[in-house]
Design a protein around this ligand. Structure first.
Ligand code: IMP
Ligand code: MG
Length: 171
């Protein structure tokens, strides 16, 4: 059995989500927002953050994957697109983690073609030391060191998403 260590507790996550929600409400006063959730890793974060925000939120979902688990090519492909127009809307991409940044660089370009009024990025986690693509999240929950993390939506080969904290696997 793999042993999981707690990196960020549920309590810490909850406190940080309160802060992020307040930041977003401050910026988007009186406006409707579209939360664009990147499946599957961002589902927990999307729901928990949205519940703390008083603005009306619409939800869209995309699913992306890398062509291969090959860091040298790193090509991203879209498996599932949004189903409603985001033209003229205030869109926030909700991501679990910004790692190399390739996923978000790819998505940003694709979504900007759909002409939203604004397009921002909110990521629960950020691993700045791993960045390859030139992309930066506008709202970040926690910057972490270069560790492979699981839980709160993040998976290890599709497992461990439903941990209520963020952990790492002790080798
Ligand atoms: P990117 O390298 O920024 O394109 O990140 C691609 C995706 O890799 C993220 O959206 C996550 O789904 C996944 N990922 C990156 N780092 C981790 C990790 O530490 N644990 C689990 N998934 C990760
Ligand atoms: Mg992901």
């Amino acid at each position: 059995m793999k042993k999981i260590k707690v990196l960020i507790s549920e309590e810490k996550i909850n406190n940080r989500l309160d802060e992020l929600a307040n930041q977003i409400m401050d910026k988007y006063k009186g406006k409707d927002i579209v939360f664009l959730c990147i499946l599957k890793g961002s589902i927990f974060f999307t729901v928990e953050l949205a519940k703390r925000i008083k603005n009306n939120i619409q939800f869209e979902f995309v699913e992306v994957s890398s062509y291969e688990n090959n860091e040298s090519t790193g090509k991203v492909k879209l498996n599932k697109d949004i189903t409603q127009s985001i033209e003229g809307k205030e869109v926030i991409i909700i991501e679990d983690i910004v790692d190399t940044g390739r996923t978000l660089a790819f998505l940003k370009e694709l979504l900007l073609e759909k002409k939203p009024a604004s397009l921002k990025i909110c990521s629960l986690l950020d691993k700045p030391s791993r960045r390859i693509a030139n992309v930066k999240a506008d709202y970040v929950g926690f910057a972490i060191e270069d560790k492979f993390v699981v839980g709160y939506g993040l998976d290890d080969e599709q497992n461990l998403r439903n941990l209520n904290y963020i952990g790492y696997i002790e080798e």
